[in-house]
Structures are given as C-alpha cells and as structure tokens.
Design a protein around this ligand. Structure first.
Ligand code: NAD
Length: 283
C-alpha cells in the first residue's frame, strides 16, 4: 500500500474536542498541515476561535472554532450542524477534551497511619462531586461526541475515532482515582465501540500519552513555590526509560497514523506514547 504523503487525509473534516487545550491546539495545527479541515471544539469558546484563527494563519487551510460542551448533547448537535454547513460531513473525531482536577485527587498516595487528618486526605475525604465531575468529563465527554459525530461516518461508510486514554488506564496512578477510573473506562469503551462499529468501517482507537506537562498536571509534577520537580515529578522521570517528559509534537504522528488509511485494518487498540513508562517494571 503506497500512502507516503497521507493523500487520503486531504480535504477531509476532523472534529477535535478540547481543541483549545495544550495537546489539542498543537495537534490541530499539525493535522491542518496534512490538509484536514479542522473543527476546533472547546468549552472555552474564545480559545477555540483563537486556535482556529491560528490554524488558518499558519496553514491557509479551512478551520472553525466553536464553543461546545462535550457533556451536553444539544450543544454537540448544534456544533455538528454548523460544521456540516461550513466544512462538510465529518470524517474523523478526536476526543481530546478531558483532564484531572484536585477535587478528584487525594492528598495521600496511601493511607498509612490512621488519624482524623489523614482520613480527610485519603479516599475517605474525597469530594464525591469532584470525583463525579472528573469521571464525567473524561468518560461521558468521550461517549457523547462519539455518538453525535460518528453518524456522518455511518452515512459515508467510513470513518475513524481517536480517543485519549492515559498511563493511568493500564495501572492506576496513585492519588488520581477518578481520572484513572475514567481513563480505564475510555480504553475499555474504545475496544467495545471498535467491535460494535467494525462492520460499518468505522475504526475506533486510542492513544495513551505518558507525561506531558500541561496546566492540568503542573501542580502534581512541579513544586508551586520552588518551580523544581516535585517528588512525584522525580519519580515519573525515574520510571520513564527515556528519562524525560514528552513534547506535545510527539503525539502528532501516532494520531495521524490512526486516522489515515495506513491504519485501515487497525481498530480497538490503545497506543502508549510514553518514552517506555508502561513497559518498565521499575527494576
Ligand atoms: P488541557 O487541559 O490543556 O486541555 C483540555 C481542554 O478541554 C481545555 O481546553 C478545556 O477547556 C477543554 N474542556 C474541558 N471541559 C470541557 C467540556 N465540558 N467541553 C468541551 N471542552 C472542554 O489538557 P491536555 O493536556 O491538552 O490533555 C488533552 C487530553 O489528553 C485529555 O483527555 C487528557 O486527559 C489527556 N492526557 C494528557 C496528558 C498530559 O500529560 N498532558 C497525559 C495523558 C492524557
């Protein structure tokens, strides 16, 4: 199969949720450079529009930015109408909206000595609404856009969805209980939907980034006061065989591959992009 220049991607339409975020905004420019018309969706409307303008200025390709809530079906349906009118039918969906919050995170890695204070900092002190919000954003925020945008793929007899899982899906990271549960659910759902839609020629895969510094995890990786690596940040680097955090650009190639016909017999997989973190036992 000859597809050295990703010709199949040219003039296609891709919806990118969380397109205003750290990974989404850099991925949007890259995919536009491949000739894909980009619909940048984000809860932060001004940021979505700003990213779309950046894309147009950098690549000269079509792009639109829309304020959209991935947890609200009506908002997604309204966005789809605009995308269909302005860019055409949707070929690809990338579910990059997601993230963690201190409210779904415990202060303690493990509960060792029982005291009032330690219980409060452990699982027992967790804010259930915070847990629910993190879980919903990641899981339902992947489920609902998949339901809304893949209908165009059904009509066209072809399409691809790329979800964002995480290292936390393979082995849960300490402290981030809600995020880990949601990302594990995303990996599982990726396989389920891949099977469900396989006969429709709609492929569903996921990427599982390792550690990339962004706003959502900066507070876990760096000490706020000193700006130095936190104990957790140091632990991550020690357990990443390549010995560093990732650069956002290092996600682009894998996502492009999963969208393109180069991966036309690939569905239901989760690809780690992690400098070897997931392969390393720590010894
Ligand atoms: P980010 O916080 O920079 O971007 C997330 C974007 O999602 C933001 O622009 C935010 O406004 C948007 N968003 C939040 N709630 C929304 C909603 N209800 N509707 C629509 N948009 C909403 O995060 P990022 O680092 O770019 O991460 C992107 C994806 O990659 C996330 O799913 C994240 O969990 C995953 N991930 C990131 C890392 C990392 O190291 N940065 C590692 C593993 C997985």
């Amino acid at each position: 199969m000859k597809n050295l220049h990703f010709e199949d991607l040219k003039n296609t339409v891709c919806v990118l949720t969380g397109g205003g975020g750290a990974i989404g905004s850099s991925l949007g420019v890259y995919l536009s450079e491949m000739g894909i018309k980009m619909a940048i969706l984000d809860l932060n409307g001004p940021r979505a529009k700003e990213v779309a303008e950046e894309i147009k200025a950098k690549t000269g390709n079509e792009a639109i930015g829309l304020e959209t809530n991935v947890l609200d079906k009506n908002s997604l349906v309204a966005a789809k109408k605009i995308i269909n009118t302005k860019l055409g039918k949707v070929n690809f969906l990338i579910n990059a909206a997601g993230g963690n919050s201190p409210k779904g995170t415990t202060d303690l890695e493990q509960l060792e000595n029982i005291s009032e204070e330690n219980l409060q900092k452990s699982f027992y002190g967790m804010d259930i609404d915070g847990f629910r919000k993190v879980y919903d954003l990641n899981f339902n925020g992947t489920l609902l856009p998949s339901m809304v945008f893949s209908t165009d793929m059904l009509d066209q007899g072809k399409g691809a969805i790329v979800n964002f899982s995480s290292m936390s899906a393979f082995h849960p990271l300490t402290r981030v209980g809600a995020y880990s549960a949601a990302k594990a659910a995303i990996s599982n759902f990726t396989e389920w939907l891949a099977v469900h839609l396989a006969k429709q020629n709609i492929r569903v895969n996921a990427v599982a980034p390792g550690f990339f510094v962004g706003e959502q995890n900066r507070f876990l990786l760096y000490d706020e006061k000193t700006g130095k690596l936190s104990a957790r940040g140091k632990k991550i680097i020690k357990n990443t065989p390549m010995g560093r955090f990732g650069e956002y650009e290092e996600i682009h190639g894998t996502v492009t591959y999963l969208l393109s016909d180069l991966a036309k017999f690939v569905t239901g997989i989760v690809i780690p992009i992690d400098g070897g973190f997931n392969a390393f036992s720590g010894v």
